[in-house]
Ligand binder design. Structure first.
Ligand code: SAM
Length: 205
Protein backbone atom coordinates (compact mmCIF):
# COMPACT_ATOMS: atom_id res chain seq x y z
CA UNK A 1 0.00 0.00 0.00
CA UNK A 2 2.49 2.65 -1.11
CA UNK A 3 1.64 6.26 -0.43
CA UNK A 4 1.06 8.76 -3.20
CA UNK A 5 0.81 11.92 -1.11
CA UNK A 6 2.30 14.81 -3.10
CA UNK A 7 4.83 15.70 -0.39
CA UNK A 8 5.95 12.07 0.03
CA UNK A 9 8.79 12.42 -2.48
CA UNK A 10 9.99 15.59 -0.74
CA UNK A 11 10.00 13.82 2.64
CA UNK A 12 12.02 10.92 1.21
CA UNK A 13 14.46 13.42 -0.32
CA UNK A 14 14.92 15.03 3.12
CA UNK A 15 15.65 11.60 4.62
CA UNK A 16 18.29 10.95 1.93
CA UNK A 17 19.83 14.38 2.54
CA UNK A 18 20.04 13.59 6.25
CA UNK A 19 21.68 10.18 5.87
CA UNK A 20 23.91 10.73 2.82
CA UNK A 21 26.65 12.68 4.66
CA UNK A 22 26.54 10.20 7.56
CA UNK A 23 27.19 7.09 5.46
CA UNK A 24 31.00 7.22 5.34
CA UNK A 25 31.54 7.02 9.11
CA UNK A 26 28.22 5.44 10.14
CA UNK A 27 29.80 2.38 11.71
CA UNK A 28 32.57 4.24 13.51
CA UNK A 29 30.00 6.09 15.65
CA UNK A 30 28.90 3.04 17.65
CA UNK A 31 31.50 0.38 16.86
CA UNK A 32 30.54 -1.96 19.72
CA UNK A 33 26.93 -2.55 18.66
CA UNK A 34 27.68 -5.65 16.55
CA UNK A 35 26.81 -8.27 19.21
CA UNK A 36 23.47 -6.53 19.88
CA UNK A 37 22.58 -6.76 16.19
CA UNK A 38 23.54 -10.44 16.13
CA UNK A 39 21.41 -11.12 19.23
CA UNK A 40 18.42 -9.36 17.66
CA UNK A 41 18.83 -11.33 14.42
CA UNK A 42 18.82 -14.54 16.49
CA UNK A 43 15.36 -13.58 17.82
CA UNK A 44 13.98 -13.82 14.28
CA UNK A 45 14.64 -17.60 14.48
CA UNK A 46 15.55 -17.80 10.79
CA UNK A 47 16.14 -21.22 9.25
CA UNK A 48 18.67 -22.25 6.61
CA UNK A 49 17.40 -21.55 3.10
CA UNK A 50 15.01 -18.75 4.08
CA UNK A 51 14.70 -15.34 2.40
CA UNK A 52 15.21 -12.27 4.59
CA UNK A 53 15.20 -8.55 3.92
CA UNK A 54 17.13 -5.95 5.91
CA UNK A 55 14.88 -2.91 5.33
CA UNK A 56 16.78 0.35 5.70
CA UNK A 57 20.00 -1.66 5.95
CA UNK A 58 22.26 1.40 6.05
CA UNK A 59 25.85 0.22 5.73
CA UNK A 60 24.72 -3.36 6.31
CA UNK A 61 25.79 -3.99 9.89
CA UNK A 62 23.18 -6.75 10.30
CA UNK A 63 23.83 -8.46 6.98
CA UNK A 64 26.60 -10.87 8.09
CA UNK A 65 24.44 -12.16 10.98
CA UNK A 66 21.46 -12.52 8.63
CA UNK A 67 23.62 -14.51 6.18
CA UNK A 68 24.88 -16.76 8.98
CA UNK A 69 21.26 -17.42 9.97
CA UNK A 70 19.97 -18.44 6.51
CA UNK A 71 23.17 -20.09 5.31
CA UNK A 72 24.53 -20.40 1.81
CA UNK A 73 21.19 -21.69 0.41
CA UNK A 74 19.28 -18.71 1.80
CA UNK A 75 18.82 -15.24 0.37
CA UNK A 76 19.69 -11.97 2.11
CA UNK A 77 18.63 -8.63 0.65
CA UNK A 78 19.73 -5.24 1.95
CA UNK A 79 17.69 -2.28 0.72
CA UNK A 80 18.14 1.35 1.68
CA UNK A 81 16.67 4.59 0.45
CA UNK A 82 20.00 6.42 0.60
CA UNK A 83 22.37 5.46 -2.26
CA UNK A 84 25.39 6.62 -0.24
CA UNK A 85 24.52 4.06 2.46
CA UNK A 86 24.24 1.30 -0.14
CA UNK A 87 27.59 2.31 -1.68
CA UNK A 88 29.22 2.29 1.75
CA UNK A 89 27.74 -1.17 2.43
CA UNK A 90 29.34 -2.35 -0.82
CA UNK A 91 32.66 -0.69 0.08
CA UNK A 92 32.61 -2.58 3.40
CA UNK A 93 32.25 -5.86 1.49
CA UNK A 94 28.62 -6.50 2.46
CA UNK A 95 27.79 -7.32 -1.16
CA UNK A 96 29.55 -10.63 -0.55
CA UNK A 97 26.83 -11.71 1.91
CA UNK A 98 23.74 -9.95 0.55
CA UNK A 99 22.13 -8.46 -2.52
CA UNK A 100 22.26 -4.68 -2.10
CA UNK A 101 20.06 -2.05 -3.74
CA UNK A 102 18.78 1.48 -3.24
CA UNK A 103 14.99 1.37 -2.76
CA UNK A 104 12.14 2.85 -0.72
CA UNK A 105 10.77 0.22 1.64
CA UNK A 106 7.33 1.75 1.05
CA UNK A 107 7.58 0.73 -2.61
CA UNK A 108 9.44 -2.54 -2.46
CA UNK A 109 10.66 -3.98 -5.75
CA UNK A 110 9.55 -7.44 -4.53
CA UNK A 111 6.72 -9.85 -5.38
CA UNK A 112 3.90 -10.52 -2.91
CA UNK A 113 4.73 -13.01 -0.15
CA UNK A 114 8.29 -13.69 -1.24
CA UNK A 115 9.98 -12.93 2.11
CA UNK A 116 10.18 -15.18 5.17
CA UNK A 117 11.27 -12.32 7.42
CA UNK A 118 12.13 -8.64 7.62
CA UNK A 119 14.74 -7.09 9.89
CA UNK A 120 14.53 -3.30 10.29
CA UNK A 121 16.96 -1.50 12.60
CA UNK A 122 16.44 2.16 13.34
CA UNK A 123 14.00 2.48 10.46
CA UNK A 124 10.45 3.24 11.45
CA UNK A 125 10.97 6.58 13.14
CA UNK A 126 12.45 7.85 9.85
CA UNK A 127 9.45 6.87 7.70
CA UNK A 128 7.13 9.69 6.60
CA UNK A 129 4.30 7.16 6.22
CA UNK A 130 5.07 4.29 8.61
CA UNK A 131 1.73 2.57 8.08
CA UNK A 132 2.14 2.51 4.30
CA UNK A 133 5.71 1.19 4.53
CA UNK A 134 4.82 -1.47 7.12
CA UNK A 135 1.93 -2.52 4.86
CA UNK A 136 4.24 -2.88 1.87
CA UNK A 137 6.67 -4.93 3.99
CA UNK A 138 3.68 -7.11 4.98
CA UNK A 139 2.64 -7.45 1.32
CA UNK A 140 6.08 -8.80 0.44
CA UNK A 141 6.13 -11.23 3.41
CA UNK A 142 4.39 -14.62 3.44
CA UNK A 143 1.64 -15.27 6.03
CA UNK A 144 3.35 -16.38 9.24
CA UNK A 145 6.55 -14.57 8.26
CA UNK A 146 8.24 -12.41 10.86
CA UNK A 147 9.27 -8.81 11.39
CA UNK A 148 11.89 -7.48 13.83
CA UNK A 149 11.93 -3.75 14.60
CA UNK A 150 15.18 -3.18 16.44
CA UNK A 151 17.35 -0.47 17.87
CA UNK A 152 20.57 -1.10 19.81
CA UNK A 153 19.41 1.17 22.63
CA UNK A 154 15.97 1.59 24.17
CA UNK A 155 13.62 4.52 23.60
CA UNK A 156 14.56 6.43 26.74
CA UNK A 157 18.31 6.09 26.13
CA UNK A 158 17.88 7.19 22.52
CA UNK A 159 15.79 10.22 23.51
CA UNK A 160 18.44 11.19 26.09
CA UNK A 161 21.20 10.81 23.47
CA UNK A 162 19.28 13.25 21.23
CA UNK A 163 18.51 15.62 24.12
CA UNK A 164 14.74 15.25 23.90
CA UNK A 165 12.01 13.92 26.17
CA UNK A 166 9.95 10.84 25.44
CA UNK A 167 6.39 11.80 24.58
CA UNK A 168 3.26 9.62 24.69
CA UNK A 169 2.83 9.97 20.91
CA UNK A 170 6.16 8.19 20.28
CA UNK A 171 5.53 5.74 17.45
CA UNK A 172 7.44 2.94 19.14
CA UNK A 173 5.59 3.13 22.46
CA UNK A 174 3.72 -0.17 22.78
CA UNK A 175 0.21 1.39 22.89
CA UNK A 176 0.97 3.13 19.57
CA UNK A 177 3.00 0.41 17.89
CA UNK A 178 0.54 -2.44 18.48
CA UNK A 179 -2.36 -0.84 16.53
CA UNK A 180 0.02 0.55 13.90
CA UNK A 181 1.25 -2.99 13.21
CA UNK A 182 -2.27 -4.47 13.38
CA UNK A 183 -3.45 -1.94 10.81
CA UNK A 184 -0.68 -2.84 8.40
CA UNK A 185 -0.79 -6.63 8.38
CA UNK A 186 1.28 -7.58 11.44
CA UNK A 187 0.53 -8.95 14.93
CA UNK A 188 2.88 -7.83 17.69
CA UNK A 189 4.21 -10.94 19.47
CA UNK A 190 7.03 -9.56 21.63
CA UNK A 191 7.92 -6.10 22.92
CA UNK A 192 11.05 -5.14 24.87
CA UNK A 193 12.14 -1.57 25.53
CA UNK A 194 15.24 -1.84 27.74
CA UNK A 195 18.25 0.44 28.24
CA UNK A 196 20.37 -1.64 25.88
CA UNK A 197 17.80 -2.82 23.35
CA UNK A 198 14.54 -1.99 21.68
CA UNK A 199 13.02 -5.03 20.01
CA UNK A 200 9.50 -5.54 18.72
CA UNK A 201 8.71 -8.82 16.98
CA UNK A 202 5.62 -9.29 14.86
CA UNK A 203 4.06 -11.99 12.72
CA UNK A 204 2.49 -11.49 9.30
CA UNK A 205 -1.26 -12.03 9.66
C1 SAM B 1 19.12 4.99 11.64
S1 SAM B 1 19.63 4.41 10.07
C2 SAM B 1 19.86 2.68 10.41
C3 SAM B 1 20.72 1.97 9.41
C4 SAM B 1 20.98 0.49 9.72
N1 SAM B 1 19.75 -0.25 9.75
C5 SAM B 1 21.70 0.35 11.03
O1 SAM B 1 21.09 -0.11 12.00
O2 SAM B 1 22.90 0.68 11.09
C6 SAM B 1 18.12 4.44 9.14
C7 SAM B 1 18.29 4.00 7.69
O3 SAM B 1 17.00 3.89 7.11
C8 SAM B 1 17.08 4.35 5.79
N2 SAM B 1 15.72 4.71 5.35
C9 SAM B 1 14.97 5.74 5.78
N3 SAM B 1 13.79 5.75 5.15
C10 SAM B 1 13.80 4.69 4.30
C11 SAM B 1 12.86 4.15 3.35
N4 SAM B 1 11.67 4.75 3.15
N5 SAM B 1 13.20 3.06 2.66
C12 SAM B 1 14.40 2.46 2.85
N6 SAM B 1 15.33 2.91 3.72
C13 SAM B 1 15.03 4.01 4.44
C14 SAM B 1 18.05 5.51 5.85
O4 SAM B 1 18.59 5.82 4.58
C15 SAM B 1 19.08 5.00 6.84
O5 SAM B 1 20.15 4.34 6.21
Amino acid sequence: MPTDRPDHARELARTREFFAPRAADWETRFPDDGPRYAAAVAELALRPGQIVLDAGCGTGRALPALRDAVGARGTVLGLDLTPEMVRQAAALGRGAVAGLAAADCGRLPLRDGVLDAVFAAGLISHLPQPQGALADLARATRPGGRLALFHPVGRAALAARHGRALTPDDLRAEPNLRPLLAGSGWRLTHYADLDDRFLALAERT
